[in-house]
Design a protein. Structure first.
Length: 220
């Protein structure tokens, strides 16, 4: 994510009659966090009945994790072990719950170059529904760890800059098209849909500041 250039947003024409809504800057600052403005302006709501949890099994690498999260996942493995596939159990036995990918990032282990090892399936009809074994155990009160924050925040992706600044981008993926459709039907902004993980990551005070900025922007 880069800082917007002076020419990246147009200004209302001087001398024109009537009121003009000022353009929304492409990059906003909330606290010390930079975020793309589409996190506020875009609408989104996961629709598992349509996508069946495809984000857990698509892609060629696992979910980004921190060392602290790896330790918490390792502590939760015994509680979810019976929910994992035999292939996933074999991968964890061989290389652990996480590995370093080709880009040098620490990510959750995957099965067959695709599925996250913590993917579990629930038969709800003709197509199996992909769920996170960690989150399911957490919701059932069996563990104290929900899931990696990178998973909880998706489709927001976090980037750490060398100076310590945190940047948030909205990642568009074809498998989430149904989520965009449902979000528009419900008129649910992305930042509202992801309230829980945003509060978990940055705190309630930061999220309240985000809400205030969003209201200021959208009501202008």
């Amino acid at each position: 994510m880069s800082n917007p250039s002076p020419s990246s947003a147009s200004s209302p024409q001087r001398g024109a009659r009537g009121n003009h809504t000022p353009p929304i800057p492409p990059i906003l600052l909330v606290g010390s966090v930079l975020l793309s403005s589409d996190i506020i302006t875009e609408e989104f709501c996961c629709d598992l009945d349509v996508c069946h949890g495809a984000c857990c099994i698509e892609g060629d690498a696992g979910a980004p994790v921190t060392m602290d999260e790896v330790l918490m996942i390792e502590n939760a493995v015994d509680d979810v072990w019976s929910d994992l596939s035999a292939s996933a159990q074999a991968v964890i036995d061989r290389q652990g719950v996480a590995y370093t990918d080709e880009e040098g990032d620490l990510v959750t282990s995957i099965v067959g170059g695709k599925d996250c090892v913590f993917t579990c399936y629930e038969q709800t009809g003709g197509t199996p529904l992909c769920l996170c074994a960690l989150e399911r155990a957490y919701r059932a009160g069996r563990t104290s760890f929900c899931k990696p924050i990178s998973c909880a925040l998706y489709p927001i992706r976090e980037k750490q800059f060398r100076d310590g600044t945190v940047g948030l981008n909205y990642h568009r993926w074809d498998v989430c098209r149904c989520a965009r459709d449902k979000g528009r039907q419900l008129h649910l902004p992305l930042y509202r849909f992801l309230r829980e993980p945003l509060v978990r990551r940055f705190g309630q005070e930061w999220y309240d500041e985000l809400v205030a900025l969003a209201q200021q922007i959208t009501q202008t």
